[in-house]
Design a protein around this ligand. Structure first.
Ligand code: G6P
Ligand code: MN
Length: 456
């Protein structure tokens, strides 16, 4: 089978390739096409993959291309992980908002709207190319903001595109580790949108172990969510929210901590990656893999760990305590591919078309819920409806997502200004307007969306 990775010069690609190398099943991926608009990044990544493949039997062959069509043609699976505007854009997503004293984060709040605005036209174009060149392919979308992007692409590709996030399964793995349980015997009762969800029950052989976890101070203290949200708030809620809900439930603290920090996450990564791609271009072939390992090891953590650091002064954890070789994205993506191509039914939490699953949302809204995946595609599992608080927040954020998609497609400033103003983390319509102006001013790819305004 052929796998196309769009954004193939990106940092997480070696994780995917490592997982492919270890995949003993059949059919398996024999060809990997890395596609990226930046030839230098592609060359660097190809070196890392070559080093990983050295000595492995039947290593999938790697091809690189800056052109989309060549990479997509005849693909069985497409992974999409592109960052329109690069990390420079991410820094602006964060800073424009922080300068107005609102949350500056790449996917949550106004930053996610700015990121979505410039990314949607690119991803819609990709969806049309997939439809033309690889009509039977499944698109596994990691491109953030993943829920919004997946929903926009479904308009072109229907259920052949699904969105992946590592945070729900990452939370499940952390909880299993905290309780000393076998993750394979755990089923997660989770509902939400991407980066806006709630783990309501953790069923171990059918028995809910969440109450035991919530009652235990020591266990909660070992779980990142226990530290970041605080034990008391988790008990009040009676569940564990997705880590990104920190930005809602502790918005002031999050804004304060990021304003006080010497640099944003985007600023840290921008410096780190510039240095990495420069060094790898200069390095000898053999040094590429070590350089990558060294760099990912110093990436220091998720936002949540950063918040934990800001709150407690503790050193930052590594990414969620997950073995780097098992990085969440790669694990979930490979599970999806195996389930579809080998018809081995698997249960996981994905971003898929709602249908009749969450009655408070339209059928064509993309939601993040437990599904089974098999050769027939993805099938959401029936679930208990979210409570009023959860449904209300999901509806409000979904409305913002849809305004964002509409603005990105039509170039309407009115719709975009509404999207910013109506976001629950933006507390004034005046600030909403200033956010839009700021992003247009600072990010050329956002400005380009609105240069077509006359025609709308
Ligand atoms: C988590 C989220 C992803 C996000 C990533 C950011 O894994 O699920 O959606 O892209 O964090 O990580 P980074 O290292 O780029 O800050
Ligand atoms: Mn995610």
């Amino acid at each position: 089978m052929k796998l196309a990775i769009l954004g193939g010069g990106g940092f997480r690609v070696p994780y995917v390739y490592q997982a492919l190398l270890r995949d003993p099943g059949s059919p398996r991926i024999e060809e990997v096409w890395l596609q990226d608009s930046d030839a230098g990044r592609l060359a660097g990544m190809a070196e890392v993959l070559a080093a990983l493949a050295a000595g492995a039997e039947d290593a999938p062959r790697v091809f690189t291309s800056t052109g989309l069509d060549e990479a997509l043609e005849g693909a069985d699976f497409v992974f999409a992980a592109v960052r329109v505007g690069g990390l420079r854009g991410r820094v602006c997503d964060e800073r424009v908002a922080l300068d107005l004293n609102v949350l500056g984060q790449e996917t949550t709040g106004p930053g996610g709207i700015a990121y979505g605005l410039r990314t949607i036209p690119v991803m819609l174009d990709i969806a049309h190319r997939v439809k033309a060149l690889a009509p039977d392919a499944y698109v596994i979308n990691f491109t953030n903001p993943a829920g919004m992007i997946t929903e926009a692409m479904q308009g072109v590709l229907g259920d052949r595109v699904l969105g992946i996030c590592d945070t729900p399964s990452g939370l499940g793995m952390r909880v299993a580790a905290a309780l000393g349980l076998d993750p394979d015997r755990i089923r997660l009762d989770y509902v939400g949108l991407n980066h806006l969800g709630w783990m309501r029950r953790i069923l171990h052989d059918g028995v809910d172990v969440l109450p035991r976890l919530l009652a235990d101070d020591d266990l909660l203290g070992t779980l990142e969510e226990g530290v970041v949200f605080g034990r008391e708030w988790l008990r009040d809620l009676g569940l564990i929210p997705n880590e990104y809900l920190y930005y809602y439930y502790f918005n002031r603290e999050a804004v304060r901590a990021t304003l006080d920090a010497p640099q944003t996450r985007g600023e840290f990564l921008l410096k780190q990656q510039e240095a990495f791609y420069e060094r790898i271009a200069a390095a000898s072939a053999g040094a590429a893999m070590e350089l990558w390992r060294e760099t990912v090891a110093s990436r220091s953590a998720s936002y949540m760990a950063e918040m934990k650091g800001a709150r407690t002064g503790e050193a930052l954890d590594d990414h969620s305590g997950v073995d780097p070789a098992e990085e969440g994205y790669a694990r979930v993506a490979l599970n999806v591919m195996a389930a579809i191509s080998r018809d081995e039914p698997a249960t996981m939490i994905l971003n898929v078309r709602n249908g009749a699953t969450v009655t408070a949302l339209p059928p064509d809204a993309v939601v993040e819920v437990p599904v089974t995946v098999d050769a027939g595609g993805v099938h959401p599992l029936p679930l208990d409806q979210p409570d009023l608080h959860q449904a209300g927040l999901m509806q409000q954020v979904k409305a913002v997502e849809r305004l964002t998609v509409g603005a990105a497609v039509t170039g309407s400033r009115t719709e975009a200004a509404k999207a910013f103003a109506l976001h629950p983390l933006v507390d004034s319509a005046r600030i909403g307007r200033l956010l839009l102006d700021g992003y247009i001013d600072r990010i050329p790819e956002v400005a380009a969306v609105f240069s077509r305004e006359e025609s709308s």
